[in-house]
Design a protein around this ligand. Structure first.
Ligand code: GLA
Length: 768
């Protein structure tokens, strides 16, 4: 709800209020952003004018003797009028560099489509505060979108040249937000290929922190999602602010604390990716920044952000639509496959219970390795003599959906496309463009390139035999041409292309991928309902990444696959049960050579898939709660996903310890009055797990790693610990459920949990 009262503006959601005011010198300031305020008490929240001390510049002594720009809670700062902290907007022109905007008028309306950008859908009100620098011929509109149902505020700005000469934007952030320090911690993520979403935390000191990406995409270096939390906030309690940006290109996050403890937080397009000249009459619109606040700790942030993404960002056609269980051939075959191999994998995938067969890289041009054919999107006849239609028909006849991998934005130097159109790649025309994964990036700012790609993909999609597209993007952008806004224009070109394609083929489910998770952001999720989290499919590494990502993104966008027992990225060996228990918190898939499974593994995977189908709604759309986490590199990670009727808990072990204690599950949020049936998902141990210890119970001698154990273990396993019972929600919420000790060499019985290093379990709580 937006309430305008002269020069005060209250933007309220269910649990929060953002209170804005125009102060005596015409600047828009933020008096409060936090818990919801009673409307009768709004005046109380007005922040007193800042004091000028020592050398501070007084903005205008005639209007106010003490008002100085750096000390106000300004909603949008510009430089050279006494505010020397990080500016949100920098403009240069022949006239000068001092642009000083003051409030003119306000209006509210339903949120309108943001030209060129993905705009969140669903109900939202918009407040627009128009500010102007009459002398410089420039206008600034501060836009606020209120998503009441999920406690989210969207912020973006529009700059307009209302003068007679052009001016150039050097920096134009989407949002600035000022906060008085009460002991805050910056919680963001850093990462790289195969190691996305690593936690980065620091108490906010008297510094300027600048993070983000200058690589042309939102990146795995620093995702645009981050949080600022009170240092006493925990998973379940305490004040936390959450931030994101609906943008897929280079971006910047700035957090700066001044000597007085005023923290300024800015989000927007990276200035290095944007220098834009506006002719008279031109406007520039920024992407939308997303802000939320909770006093319910980090879990409260994920609750708000998940609802926002599921209900306002994901295309409506796929919002809250259950996602299929995929089989993907990548880690099973890489590019070494033929039709017969794919047929046998598809048959086995169907037999196991999968619902979608995805043919990954290597099906086009003459692609046998990653150094050729990108750009030539016609089928590689040697591998697939019956074309895409042939393999798709085969797969669909089995009762599976069919998906295909593309990397549309790229071209290989060894391709017909670049032979014909060498000028279509990004290059500065002076230097030889550098390769990344042996490939170049196509210039999506060119309409003819976008049209070619639209046609190339449409040719396949319009046959109607493709249900799913995995859209990859496997390098960063360099060698940009001489245009200050090239990186930004590229992203607008990308949005134009994916917007056209998803509109033309609304029933095709797209999966977002960028060498794993290098472009998992709200911009891409506005078109593509799910994203590949990381090329690292090791369950322990993924558990950490999924946890970090889950604060800002729901499980429905996180695509996770169970892969080979010896993981290809880490060479870490983990059982399929553990891999499933982690991958199941999200959109499940399998990615390995399933024709090599032994009968016991096959049986186990079938039962995993049955389990997943039974609980899919909760696993993909349930509320995510973190109950416990890895601390100081040891311990356990416990997460719960829940809806009104059930909760599923994944427990991930770190390394084994020789002195395990009794353990309970610290449940949260179960209905205290209801009775729940609880159980652990049945698991088995391979005979090989026990090495030569097996001889203590075996009637015949079994040699460790010998032929006998290898043969036997293909057919027999030992049941893992069981757990079954009933209890009241309040009892379980009190953390009373004992789940048994872990193995510690001796004292084994049927409640002993043998998890091994990095092992996992899923527990189920169903309301009676
Ligand atoms: C990227 C993706 C992988 C796979 C390969 C194919 O690395 O992240 O999942 O599709 O490309 O080349």
């Amino acid at each position: 709800m937006i309430t305008i009262n002269e020069k005060t503006f209250a933007l309220s959601t269910r649990e929060t209020t953002l209170l804005l005011r125009v102060n005596e010198i015409g600047k828009v300031v933020c008096d409060h952003y936090g818990r919801r305020l009673e409307h009768d008490d709004l005046a109380l929240a007005a922040v007193p004018d800042g004091v000028t001390t020592g050398r501070t510049i007084v903005y205008d002594e005639k209007q106010s003797e003490k008002l100085a720009l750096p000390s106000i809670h300004g909603e949008y700062s510009t430089p050279f009028k006494g505010d020397d902290y990080s500016p949100s907007l920098e403009i240069v022109s022949d006239k000068g560099r001092l642009y000083d905007f003051v409030f003119v008028s306000a209006l509210s309306r339903p949120l309108e489509k943001m030209e060129g950008y993905p705009t969140p859908h669903g109900e939202a009100e918009e407040l627009i505060l128009l500010c102007r620098d009459e002398k410089m011929g420039a206008e600034l509109e501060l836009h606020y979108a209120v998503f009441e149902d999920c406690d989210v505020i969207g912020k973006f700005v529009l700059v307009r040249n209302v003068g007679e000469k052009p001016f150039t934007l050097r920096r134009v952030y989407s949002s600035q937000f000022c906060l008085e320090d009460q002991g805050y911690v910056l919680h963001a993520s850093y990462g790289s290929w195969a190691g996305e979403f690593q936690r980065a935390e620091t108490p906010i000191g008297h510094f300027r922190y600048e993070l983000g990406s200058d690589s042309g995409s939102s990146s795995d270096q620093h995702n645009p999602f981050f949080m600022v939390r009170r240092d006493d906030a925990s998973l379940r309690t305490g004040a936390v602010y959450g931030f994101n940006l609906i943008y897929s290109g280079s971006h910047r996050i700035v957090v700066e604390k001044d000597a007085f403890g005023l923290i300024r937080i800015q989000q927007g397009i990276s200035p290095r990716g944007l220098e834009k000249t506006l002719a008279p009459g031109d406007t520039f619109l920024t992407p939308m920044a997303v802000l939320t606040y909770t006093h319910n700790g980090l879990n409260g942030i994920s609750k708000h952000m998940h609802a926002f993404v599921n209900d306002h960002v994901i295309p409506t056609r796929f919002a809250r639509v259950p996602r299929p269980i995929a089989f993907n051939n990548w880690e099973g075959t890489y590019m070494k496959f033929n039709e017969a191999k794919l047929h046998s994998l598809a048959k086995k995938a169907k037999d196991l219970g999968c619902e979608l067969f995805v043919l990954d890289d290597g099906w086009f041009g003459h692609r046998d390795a990653d150094n050729s054919s990108l750009g030539d999107w016609d089928v590689y006849k040697k591998k697939l003599p019956h074309g895409i239609e042939g393999i798709s028909k085969y797969v669909r006849k089995l009762g599976l959906k069919f998906g295909l991998w593309f990397e549309p934005e790229m071209a290989s130097p060894d391709s017909h496309l670049l032979e014909q159109h060498p000028d279509w790649v990004i290059q500065d025309g002076i230097h030889e463009p550098s390769l990344g994964r042996h490939q170049l990036v196509l210039d999506l700012t060119k309409k003819e390139v976008r049209d070619y790609l639209f046609d190339a993909l449409s040719n396949h999609l319009s046959t109607g035999c493709i249900d799913f597209v995995k859209w990859d993007y496997n390098r960063t952008i360099c060698d940009i041409p001489n245009s200050g806004s090239f990186l930004h224009d590229y992203i607008l070109g990308l949005y134009d292309l994916v917007g056209r394609l998803t509109k033309a083929f609304p029933d095709v489910l797209f999966e977002n991928c960028a060498s794993g998770g290098a472009r998992n952001d709200l911009g891409m999720f506005s078109y593509f309902p799910q994203g590949w989290v990381s090329d690292d499919t090791d369950s322990f590494e993924r558990a950490k990444m999924q946890l970090e990502m889950s604060f800002g993104y729901p499980q429905s966008v996180m695509s996770n696959h169970v892969s080979a027992k010896t993981n290809h990225q880490m060479l870490r060996k983990t059982g399929f049960g553990t891999k499933f228990d982690v991958a199941a918190i999200g959109v499940l898939g399998y990615e390995m050579d399933i024709s090599e499974l032994d009968s016991i593994e096959e049986k186990a995977i079938k039962s995993q898939i049955e389990f997943y189908k039974k609980h899919r709604e909760t696993l993909q759309f349930g509320i995510y709660r973190i109950l416990d986490t890895f601390e100081h590199g040891h311990g356990r990670l416990i997460v719960e996903v829940a809806d009104a009727n059930k909760a599923l808990v994944t427990y991930v072990n770190y390394v084994q310890t020789p002195h395990p204690g009794n353990e309970t599950l610290p449940m949260a949020g179960l209905d205290p009055e209801a009775t729940y049936a609880y159980s652990v998902r049945p698991e088995y141990h391979s005979l090989k797990t026990f090495g030569s210890l097996i001889n203590q119970v075996s009637p015949v001698h079994i040699k460790e790693e010998g032929v006998l154990v290898n043969v036997l273990s293909r057919f027999r396993g030992l049941d893992a610990e069981g757990l079954k019972g009933e209890a009241k929600g309040c009892t379980l919420n009190a953390g009373a459920l004992q789940i048994g000790r872990q193995w510690a060499g001796t004292g084994y019985d049927d409640s002993t949990r043998i998890l091994l290093d990095f092992g996992a379990r899923i527990y189920v709580f169903e309301k009676k």
